[in-house]
Design a protein around this ligand. Sequence first.
Ligand code: ARG
Length: 407
Amino acid sequence: MNKNTDRVVLAYSGGLDTSVAIGWIAEQTGREVVTVSVDVGQGGEDLDVIRQRALDCGAVEAYIADARDEFATDYCMPALKANALYEGAYPLVSALSRPVIAKHLVRAAREFGASTVAHGCTGKGNDQVRFEVAITSMAPDMDCLSPVRDLALTRDVAIEYAEKHSLPIETTKHNPFSIDQNAWGRAVETGFLEDLWNAPTKDVYTYTDDPTYPPLPDEVIITFKEGLPVAIDGAAVTPLQAIQELNRRGGAQGIGRIDMVEDRLVGIKSREIYEAPGAVILIEAHRALEAVTLERLQRRYKRQIEQTWGELVYEAQWYSPLKRSLDAFIEDTQHYVSGDIRMVLHGGRATVNGRRSESGLYDFNLATYDSGDTFDQSSSRGFIEIYGMQPKLAAARAERLGEGEGF
Ligand code: ARG
């Protein structure tokens, strides 16, 4: 077999497990390993440092991609337009990053002649499903491999392997948590958080400061154009800049901390702590603008679509036909979602206190109780007459049949 068409592409974070996986996969499968590291705004180590480590650990090629803007624009912004919160609370931080990482994995697999894509996820979580379903949705010919799940690469084995082969990676630093972070937010699990009664300690958080001791209130004006944030306090921003700035300002006020028990796709209930200040602020603001600009029935129906959209994305269906169809619906609703939302960020909350839109459906003269009222109140009489017709008929029937409630 031609070695060059039989390589394995590995999603590489630079951490212990995936560093060991490079050599482990090569040994177990007899194939060359190409690593792929994608910047989705997770911060931390420089990608060039990570790239060099991959090569030092035995990768034949190490591909890196700065996908921060792509992630913000093509993955986070659709989630914002969908006001996406899984089980009413989780802004889909990890669920959104997997499809963009998968896209770069597939791209690298094509470029470097690989027929298998590997990742560092365990066999218990959602992310294995998201990576593999995303990969085969884009490239039905690809094979997927999880060294932890499929090649018995446990934590202890990894530490032993790294020490034996003197890999350039720390094996002693014990992080009590499993953390996944990107521009949209941060997810923390395991360790003492697995006892649902244990409150998170201070060291769990890095994107947010303690909301109990907030600095002075911070007022922010977010300008939206067709559902997208385009300016903050009058200064033009890209989607990535909008998220970053609101992460910073919201984080300082302790906004966007979420402590929840969620239902994983694989059936397990798990406890996770999230921090997503920018996402929470943007969704709150976007919803407030939709309240002004969307027609009532469209808005009501969109709420159902939003819930399904969030579930699909959580459940690994980013590249699925239904998700695409729902995107088209959501996109259509955003045409008039333009205007300004003013919020006060303080003490862990983002509170909307002003809205302004040229494309809204709010009509001051219809709404006002002062002079200038253009609403013809006399027409409400006939409206109520017809609107209440069937409940009235039902009540009359009940009385006729002696089944009335006796009011
Ligand atoms: N539970 C979240 C999800 O399935 C986050 C998964 C990754 N979390 C982590 N702490 N490593 O989307």
